[in-house]
Unconditional design. Structure first.
Length: 268
């Protein structure tokens, strides 16, 4: 069922944009609102400018656009030369946005010294704007990855997996980034089950995360088309889900989870 998508690869525009935090590094920003041009595209991470003198980069990159042309951005903090890469996705189901607060807390925190941490605060900005689980095509992104993909649900239903794997720009953006980064750890935040998934992923890290946050750990259903299932199949046990409580996170809770992420980051 796995199906690579050249269109998806092309959509991962590792284009340096305005770094949102002070002290950022990176090339000059294009004009505000500018669309990336072919000349501004790079072949990816291996060709980005090195920051050998500054192991603690903090920079923001435009990865691509949602169905409704909202920006999907990643923030990279830490040592860009480290192979200990990790990815945090604050939100993939649009009506489960609490993890965005963890992502932004991490993005504003100290860069890890021995890891390269990538943060996508919001992979589904159309869903967040509309308050819907799915993206603007009505596709549940976490059923659209090429992991045992099945044509689940009719269009408009909560389980609609889309017409084919990686049919959506949002999932193509995530899949292409993951294939390029090959992160040793990826965490996806969901709501509202209040549990750390006891998954086929990195179980020691799941246990540690649960200990640090006080969240219970138990197995969640392994759905076809899920992002974590796809990554675990591609890269080995590296991805898992944290289900946060319903509602928005308090700043203290966001800091607690951000600290847990910092604790479990790979190092090297
Ligand atoms: Zn969810």
């Amino acid at each position: 069922m796995r199906r690579d998508c050249a269109q998806g690869l092309a959509s991962v525009l590792v284009v340096m944009l305005a770094a949102s935090a002070a002290g950022c590094t990176g090339p000059p920003r294009p004009p505000a609102g500018a669309r990336p041009t072919p000349a501004s595209r790079t072949a990816g991470i291996t060709q980005r400018p090195r920051a050998a003198a500054d192991p603690g980069v903090r920079r923001s990159m435009l990865l691509g656009y949602s169905v409704r042309h909202r920006r999907i951005v990643a923030i990279e903090i830490g040592d860009p030369d480290s192979l200990a890469r990790a990815l945090i996705v604050g939100c993939i189901d649009g009506n489960e946005p609490a993890g965005i607060a963890i992502a932004t807390t991490l993005a504003g925190g100290p860069p890890p010294a021995e890891a390269d941490l990538w943060i996508i605060p919001d992979l589904n900005p159309d869903g967040v704007a509309a308050g819907t689980l799915a993206n603007s095509h009505g596709v549940r992104l976490n059923r659209n990855f090429p992991y045992q993909w099945q044509p689940l649900g009719p269009p408009g239903s909560a389980s609609y997996a889309g017409p084919r794997p990686l049919s959506e720009p949002e999932t193509r953006i995530a899949a292409a980034l993951i294939k390029r980064l090959r992160p040793r750890l990826t965490i996806y935040y969901h709501q509202p089950l209040t549990v750390v998934d006891d998954s086929q992923g990195p179980q020691a890290i799941e246990r540690r995360y649960a200990e640090l946050t006080g969240l219970p750990r138990r197995p969640l259903t392994d759905y076809p088309g899920s992002a974590a299932g796809w990554q675990d199949t591609l890269l080995g046990p590296t991805a898992f889900v944290v289900e946060l409580p319903a509602g928005s996170l308090s700043p203290a809770s966001a800091r607690r989870d951000a600290a847990a992420v910092a604790d479990v980051l790979p190092r090297g």
